[in-house]
Design a protein around this ligand. Sequence first.
Ligand SMILES: Cc1cc2nc3c(=O)[nH]c(=O)nc-3n(C[C@H](O)[C@H](O)[C@H](O)COP(=O)(O)OP(=O)(O)OC[C@H]3O[C@@H](n4cnc5c(N)ncnc54)[C@H](O)[C@@H]3O)c2cc1C
Length: 464
Amino acid sequence: MSIPFSEIIGIMGSENVLSSPEELYCYSYDASKIKSVPSCVVFPGDVLETAELVRLANRDRFPLFPRGAGSGMVGASVPCAGGVVVCLNRLKRIIEIDPDNMIAVVEPAVVTGEFQKAVLEYGLFYPPDPASLHFSTLGGNVAMCAGGPRAVKYGVTRDYVLGLEVVLPTGRIIRTGTRTVKGVVGYDLTRLMVGSEGTLGIFTRIILRLIPAPEAVRTLTATFEHLEDAARAVFEIIKRRVVPSTLELMDQATIRVVENHLHAGLPVDAEAILLIEVDGRQTVLDEDVSRIVEICGASGSAQVEIAQSDADRQRLWLARRSISPALGRIRPGKINEDVTVPRTKIPALIRSITALAQKYNLVIVCFGHAGDGNIHTNIMLDKKNVDERTRAEKAVAELFRIVLDLGGTLSGEHGIGIAKSPFFQWEVGPEGLETMLTIKKALDPNNILNPGKMFVPNPAFFRQ
Ligand SMILES: Cc1cc2nc3c(=O)[nH]c(=O)nc-3n(C[C@H](O)[C@H](O)[C@H](O)COP(=O)(O)OP(=O)(O)OC[C@H]3O[C@@H](n4cnc5c(N)ncnc54)[C@H](O)[C@@H]3O)c2cc1C
């Protein structure tokens, strides 16, 4: 592979091309900790520079790896075949917020949380809320179709992307979608691009749909002696036409780990705690809250606590927010899977995971977005302990089989990237894989963008 450094410098200036070993190392990994050092890192300043770079890559056949904040959990931005990291950080303008038509046009490196604050000044709301929103970028969110706790009520990133400007893998520039909520002209290329993990194009502009910001939020927690009762409360709440904006579950293993960390008096004998939020018009929230209290009680909750102030709300969130730091204290590493099942199958999933933990003698902690069945399954381990790691690998493979048998999916949020590539075909099947590869080859005949990921099991990097 030969990379034409001087031509690249000619396109974007030497100040926007990095090649020293120290600098390259900084762009060699993401939050998955999978590592591979690129040949150089470039920062294009606009769509034309991006397109010119992509055309060079096709001419000389070197791979490109688009990158936002590098917060991905599956190695999707890691330059696993050397090549060039295309960091979009210079494209960080909010180009337009149109409050009357409730849309915004942004460049890809705008940080999600900052965008949310900017639209809130117009009384508008951009709901997708990955926990990484304070540092991840909208481009990365679109590429991974990021979601968060609010997905149960508001959906995920794909539900807010109206259109894109995309540099295709051959260097051509297309504009997909519309500035309107409706629009049915031709194939929906916007949807094809959302969640494509940087394999089908580089986004240089994004048109986003906004909605009116909710007037108020109410927060409560409900403690359950039995996991099944908590799960029943989850679907009863939604069946009774209250759709919470957050419906988070902590299982018993999580409650105990967090209590050991916080010493906050959490109910360690309970099998589950639900953290529930409703948002909307002030006038209907009181009614929603009393309906939830009634349903939780009828479903067997021993204790329901309603936040009466912002300080109360922060206290109720504290246990949920303390999970990550608490986990860090029990083992030095973890494999964090974001499997998702139909919400009625949550108890079956958690029972199977408890059995897996016993079978493989592992600590496995489950928590997450019960409202949409997205259960973060954390297998705690010391990655340097070969025996423990082998047991954990076996548990992951078995977990994926269980999830698929329950009608679920391998990933509700984090995507496939490198980390889950060995299992990709289990879910999509050989025909699904072939169809996706046909699309990939049609758009990227020289396999320039993000090669060695998603479709291609990449054992060299698997769980480094
Ligand atoms: C602490 C923490 C919490 C997290 N919580 C959540 C969560 O709740 N929900 C969730 O969904 N995810 C979560 N994530 C994962 C991660 O933040 C998301 O996947 C996020 O969308 C990645 O954005 P990024 O800007 O960091 O993208 P990167 O990691 O840099 O890239 C991700 C992918 O997008 C591609 N890409 C980036 N920019 C572009 C572009 N402009 N055009 C085309 N492709 C591009 C890359 O090639 C790569 O395939 C979390 C991560 C961390 C570290």
